[in-house]
Design a protein around this ligand. Structure first.
Ligand code: FAD
Length: 439
């Protein structure tokens, strides 16, 4: 059954971010006339996990995620809104650990069994890897093996978010940002169950027929999701290349190693090489009261770099990033790091989205649980939400992304160790900025 029609008033909380703006794009393209984005920041939202130079992307999975990945990469490389931002450099997904190798082999076999083997290769050992990634010629690749994905590489994330933002404005999608776009609570009808609108932090009341709740890593702290999502942060840093170094790395395959982290070609027009270390992520436990709960709970909430620009990343993340540079790009080992920041996602236990009607509130669709891998799906994630709204989302997908309480992430969804809390680790500083007046 459809949850809205083309004349319905639809509010998208988190509309400046990845899932929210993708949803707005699909609704607007389908002719929905009254869609409004609500967010703290204008698109491309400074808080969005997608507001970043670049992200890995590509057609690299089997099953439903494979269908989505294939469709997403096709749109990334053909749709005028996206295609200037996609770079088909190829993507390596490597490991030296047996558990991860098993996962990668299963994925490889799944893709081959679906008849899509031409787009993927199994690579093993230095010779095969360096043939696809000459930038690793001086790296220690002992025991490394995994996938080389031909239809993929990286996408210029912030630019893509910006491009969608422009398109939304062109299509007449409305927006409210700042205090009048910042969700505080739901306005319910007299039955206490039907959503009538949203109240923002400055007490603005927005009335509507349907709310799409896509507040990313903030979602579980704003709305009771019954423990299905756990928010975590990861650190990243950049180093500045010389024009000659950038030229040498031009077109390099995106390189991911599950134990170490990842790098990809610098975004066009910049000489900034981004490095992310891979691990279980950090929680940031705080007392909060999500809408729908009657008392405060201890829960991990983001501490956004856009709002706290003096925050640093932890010493262990910094060391892991330096180690990755030492192992992969030894010539750059002494290069200073800059633009270090934390980025926040919210994981489900099985890394599948939480995308469904909220069982307690009529007129509320939840679209979150990005699990750190949703940017590559930017062109198609909103299509799933739009299909859900129109009642055409296939049963199999509905089931995969259903409301599933009790399945909260125990911190090991990514096959790693349990996440530490930021309060337990060193180097993460959030000193206030002291402005000294001239005396
Ligand atoms: P976001 O894009 O973060 O959007 C959430 C929005 O909600 C924000 O705009 C925020 O301002 C808004 N919001 C918050 N509170 C409120 C409120 N009270 N009222 C209104 N709005 C609010 N994915 C990939 O596919 N490939 C990668 O290579 C990749 N690399 C990553 C690297 C790092 C370091 C990190 C942290 C993530 C990475 N990801 C990657 C994951 C990807 O960025 C996320 O999965 C995706 O961007 C999440 O989308 P989202 O819409 O759920 O959240």
């Amino acid at each position: 059954m459809a949850l809205a029609n083309k004349d319905s008033r639809i509010l998208i909380v988190g509309g400046g971010g990845t899932i929210g703006s993708s949803t707005a794009l699909h609704l607007a393209r389908r002719g929905y006339k009254d869609v409004r984005l609500l967010d703290i920041f204008q698109n491309p939202s400074l808080n969005s996990a997608g507001n970043d130079n670049n992200k890995m992307a590509g057609d690299d999975s089997a099953g439903i995620w494979g269908q989505l990945g294939t469709e997403a990469w096709k749109i990334w490389t053909t749709d005028p809104v996206f295609k200037d931002h996609a770079h088909n450099t190829g993507r390596l997904d490597l490991t030296s650990k047996p558990e991860r190798e098993e996962r990668l082999r299963t994925r490889y076999q799944g893709i081959v069994d679906e008849g899509r083997g031409a787009g993927i290769e199994w690579v093993e050992g230095k010779e095969q890897i360096v043939a696809r990634a000459p930038h690793l010629a001086h790296a220690d690749l002992t025991g490394w093996k995994g996938l080389f994905v031909k239809n993929g590489g990286w996408v210029a994330a912030r630019n893509a978010l910006n491009s969608v933002g422009h398109e939304l404005r062109r299509l007449g999608v409305k927006s409210s940002f700042g205090s009048s776009g910042t969700f505080k609570d739901l306005i319910l009808g007299s039955d206490g169950k039907t959503v009538k609108g949203i109240r923002t932090v400055d007490a603005t009341e927005w009335y509507c027929d349907l709310v799409v709740f896509a507040a990313g890593a903030w979602s579980p702290a704003l709305l009771d999701l019954e423990g299905q999502c756990e928010t975590k942060g990861w650190g990243y840093a950049h180093l500045r290349l010389t024009p000659e170094e950038a030229k040498k790395l031009k077109g390099m395959a995106t390189t991911y190693n599950h134990e170490l982290g990842f790098i990809m070609e610098p975004e066009e027009g910049t000489l900034e090489l981004k490095i992310v270390n891979e691990f279980a992520g950090y929680t940031h436990l705080q007392k909060v009261r999500p809408f729908g709960l009657k008392k405060d709970v201890l829960m991990s909430v983001p501490r956004a770099h856009a709002i706290h620009p003096t925050d640093t990343i932890t010493t262990e993340s910094l060391e892991a990033i330096k180690n990755l540079i030492k192992l992969w790009l030894p010539d750059l080992v002494d290069r200073p790091l800059f633009k270090t920041a934390m980025c926040w996602c919210t994981d489900t236990v099985d890394m599948n989205w939480l995308m469904c009607e909220h069982p307690k509130y009529k007129g509320l669709v939840v679209a979150t649980g990005d699990s750190g891998q949703t940017f590559k799906m930017f062109p198609v994630v909103g299509k799933q939400v739009a299909d859900l709204i129109e009642g055409t989302l296939p049963e199999e997908r509905k089931n995969l992304w259903r409301w599933r309480p009790g399945a909260g992430d125990n911190g090991t969804a990514r096959g790693g160790e349990k996440a530490k809390d930021l309060s337990e680790v060193e180097g993460w500083r959030n000193d206030p900025v002291v402005v000294r007046s001239k005396l």
